[in-house]
Design a protein around this ligand. Sequence first.
Ligand code: CA
Length: 266
Amino acid sequence: MRVFTETAPFGPARVPSGVRGAIMRGAMRVLVIEDEERLARLISRVFREEGYAVEAETNGRAALRRALSGDFDLLVVDWMLPELSGVQIVKRLRAAEVETPALMLTARDQIEDRVEGLDAGADDYLPKPFAFPELLARARALTRRKADGGGGGSKGAPDRAVLEAGDVTLDPVRHVVRRGGEAVDLTAKEFALLATLLQRPGQVFTRSVLLDTVWGGSSDVYTNVVDLYVSYLRKKLDRQSRGEPSRIRTVRGVGYTFEPRPAERR
Ligand code: CA
């Protein structure tokens, strides 16, 4: 087993480990099975910040062994893994009557993959790259369904997943952004970037955190891609013609923050 520790959470302060241990009792347990270590670290961090108890595994065969314990409330399973694929893991779990909900991740957004994954017993499917709020929303829906003991329990999920700041709303499940009730048409990357900023309005995100979160820390993109996409978002979201300041504020030398109420600022 490999448990990732990380040093730079989004939030300002870390909870001392003793206290955190106490909080973790009764927390939802998630096993993150992902061989890209950087992505695994990010996913783990995001879940941990939402109060989940997180363990991570990079090898398919080892992951299967851990998951067979049935000790988890949710499995986040990458498709392509060393030794055993995500599909094989889920198939073998279901054959062993381990019914832990499995959320499948894959880089290949192809319908036949999706069918294969769902046929194998995966409960949901998320193509990479994805926005973390969407991952969390789907995770909540899956764990709630389990807690409710059956199918009918996902009713409240979409509303609880919606992110809101001022007059901007983002629904990660339906992939809809609105400003003042009007739909705003965004590309997948613009959507992921806005979703990240909207998770914590008013908090400053550095370019490298945004790059990690939205672009998965790919080495073939540069940090100025963040600036570029912020400029795209501003064009679509802001009402510059009315002389309003941008909702996405540049913090010089640091990064960006989403202002819920720019009209009240100078
Ligand atoms: Ca992989």
